[in-house]
Design a protein around this ligand. Structure first.
Ligand code: SAM
Ligand code: SF4
Length: 327
């Protein structure tokens, strides 16, 4: 088992398949976009992903989520999904939804039951302003398709002040007839995304707004949930807030992250990374490296969040851009 120095058991691994994307979300994509992505030679191959996953499964990992960048633009994504489906784990996917229709049968074959789709706006023009892509109707159609095919769907919406903040109630209204779980995400600082605390809409503000218009029941959160869950009574779906900035949930964190170039991060905000891919290619044992990475995990948010008079100083955070970590 992978247990850190605070006694937290780590049984959930998020693997980024690549650091590229077909969208250009303003809050995610670094403004000075590096040219190209990691050279193919630096990126984990499908076989390496499979092998490293097998090592993690033997160390007690029970859930693997594939993410990116956009995981579905990787050409061998179907082969990767199928190869990981042989492990006794819950296999999951986070995607921007634009290419889901091409992979729906493979998702079923791979035993995926639940898909997280990012959708930050229910207004096609606003969607374009955020993603810089005209894919709103495609993404919406693919969400329909997932629900029709019996998948559990979580919608991820990053809430940005003065941008899509005014759509919070529309997302809640969507849960009246659609059996999906909307997750409002507080905007987080990463390399190159010009984060500003004034753009964060807090958990409290989101829930206060919703409670002003709806009767809202709190749903019990599962042990490792990052989201605080709620429901409007009688509605098909539910909603939640991921409050990384205003109320972090690190106390029972069970997550590890593997970047597409094979670096292990023990936290979304960890400065330190442990290279697993180079030692693996030299034929070395990566288990001690994984264990030491887990032991070194800091208590909260990579030990990197420094506040001055309650204002977070993002320039003191050393990290990659979100697209290169794998959200
Ligand atoms: N491309 C896929 C997608 O959009 O779902 C997977 C990768 S994306 C990095 C994973 C999640 O991270 C998305 O839900 C996205 O909205 C979220 N995300 C990206 N940048 C973020 C930020 N600065 N703050 C909060 N969430 C962010
Ligand atoms: Fe791409 Fe997802 Fe980042 Fe948007 S949030 S740019 S879809 S990786």
């Amino acid at each position: 088992m992978l247990i850190d120095s605070f006694g937290r058991v780590h049984d959930y691994l998020r693997i980024s398949l690549l650091d590229r994307c077909n969208f250009r979300c303003t809050y995610c994509m670094p403004h000075d976009l590096p040219k190209g992505s990691f050279a193919y030679a630096k990126r984990m191959s499908a076989e390496e992903i499979d092998f490293i996953s097998s090592v993690f499964v033997n160390l007690g990992i029970k859930k693997i989520r594939l993410t990116g960048g956009e995981p579905l633009i990787r050409k061998d994504v179907d082969a990767i999904l199928l190869s990981l489906s042989k492990y006794p784990i819950e296999l999951a996917l986070t995607t921007n939804g634009s290419l889901l229709h091409k992979h729906i049968d493979i998702l079923k074959q791979a035993g995926i039951k639940s898909v997280n789709v990012s959708l930050d706006s229910l207004d096609p023009e606003k969607f374009y302003a955020i993603t810089k892509r005209n894919e709103f109707h495609k993404v919406l159609a693919n969400i329909h398709l997932l629900l029709h095919e019996g998948f559990k769907v979580k919608l991820n919406a990053v809430v940005l002040a003065n941008e899509n903040e005014n759509e919070i109630l529309n997302f809640v209204q969507l849960t009246r007839d659609w059996p999906l779980h909307v997750r409002f995400i507080e905007f987080m600082p990463f390399d190159g995304n010009s984060w500003n605390q004034n753009q964060v809409v807090s958990h409290k503000k989101i829930v206060d707004l919703i409670q002003h218009h709806y009767e809202v029941n709190k749903i019990e959160d599962a042990v490792h949930d990052t989201a605080k869950k709620y429901k409007v009574p009688g509605y098909e779906g539910s909603f939640a807030v991921i409050s990384t900035i205003s109320e972090p949930f690190c106390g029972d964190c069970n997550r590890l992250r593997l970047t597409s170039d094979g670096k292990l991060k023990n936290c979304l905000f960890s400065k330190e990374e442990v290279d697993l891919l180079s030692p693996l290619r030299k034929g070395e044992d990566i288990i001690p490296l994984i264990e030491s990475c887990v032991i070194a995990k800091k208590a909260e948010r990579g030990g990197q969040f420094n506040f001055e008079n309650k204002i977070l100083q993002p320039q003191t955070i050393k990290n990659r851009s979100m697209i290169a970590i794998g959200g």
